[in-house]
Ligand binder design. Structure first.
Ligand code: UTP
Length: 295
């Protein structure tokens, strides 16, 4: 008997249509996914991470009010020309690289904010009948191996099925996350998921492993999402759809290497800026202890 080849992961979805209420009023005109970390907006870091995982196309889910995301990925040849004339080769190269990325990004509208699950469902036609990555638009991960690539590599080990990026969180914070229950497998960091609960109280949480901003999903999740009733907060929850797949196909969790930053809140955003700067030779000096002391 021949084992069917594993379908390649060709697309990534970035849900970025949410209201961003935790970052209002800043996110009123500038979507939180456009928050600048060092020299580029969060969404560009995410597109770069997705492409580093080997996908061909990135599908960005936006609301009609989120036009700045579309503008960021629209070609503006005058700016490249201006950078060239001003003798700024690094800026010119960065703009040319952005144009290359832009060729791989497409936008799909979610006109009503009905939850993360609904946002992912909006990508169905673009993704088709194939496995795909999901990178939350407000979650940046600093890691040695790009986080999305870690999930794709895990799939090569584990075979067909869903894989959820996991992070251990303090028990008192379980009501902010989808929490997984499961058993560790023989591979370090890898869990076989047996249950998922959306934002449980610490007392009701089945553990302290949270679903943390990255997913690798099989297309069957769309079927689930189409028929799902609204869950917690009256929203269509991605966690509920994945929960429905447990028992039907393998659902694994991967405690990924790296640190996640929630750039959807002012505190998380500030932490991301400092952490990214510390690890970048261009910006390290600015956040060194001695410079901070003088601020
Ligand atoms: P969040 O729940 O963190 O985003 O969703 P939010 O609703 O914008 O945030 P707050 O709580 O009001 O501050 C995670 C990601 O999913 C997207 C968001 O844009 C965010 O990047 N999302 C959420 C959608 O695309 N559509 C939705 O209906 C909800």
């Amino acid at each position: 008997m021949t084992i069917p080849a594993l379908a390649p992961v060709r697309s990534a979805v970035i849900p970025a249509a949410g209201f961003g209420t935790r970052f209002l009023p800043a996110s009123k005109a500038v979507p939180k996914e456009m928050n600048v970390v060092l020299d580029r907006p969060a969404v560009q870091w995410l597109v770069e991470e997705a492409l580093a995982a080997g996908v061909e196309e990135v599908v960005c889910i936006i609301h009609p009010r989120k036009a700045p995301l579309v503008r960021h990925f629209s070609p503006v040849p005058e700016l490249i020309e201006a950078a060239r004339r001003a003798g700024r080769p690094a800026v010119e190269a960065a703009l040319r690289r952005l144009e290359e990325l832009a060729g791989r990004v497409r936008f799909v509208e979610q006109s009503e904010q009905r939850g993360l699950g609904h946002a992912v469902l909006c990508a169905e036609a673009a993704v088709g009948d194939a496995p795909f990555l999901v990178l939350l638009g407000d979650a940046l991960v600093r890691s040695r191996t790009p986080c999305a690539l870690q999930l794709v590599q895990a799939r090569e080990r584990l075979g067909r099925g869903c894989i959820l990026g996991l992070e251990q969180v303090p028990r008192r914070l379980t009501d902010r996350y989808g929490i997984a229950a499961g058993e560790p497998t023989e591979i370090e960091g890898d869990w076989r998921i047996t249950d998922l609960v959306e934002k449980p109280t610490p007392a009701a949480a089945p553990g302290d492993l949270a679903v943390a901003g990255r997913y690798l999903l099989e297309p069957e999740v769309f079927e689930r999402l189409r028929t799902l009733a609204p869950g917690k907060g009256g929203e269509i929850q991605l966690t509920d759809a994945i929960r429905g797949l447990i028992g039907e196909m393998p659902v694994h969790g991967l405690v990924y290497e790296g640190k996640r930053y929630d750039i959807g809140s002012p505190e998380g955003y500030l932490a991301a800026c400092i952490a990214f700067a510390r690890r970048d030779p261009r910006f390290r000096k600015v956040v060194s202890a001695s410079v901070f002391a003088k601020c």
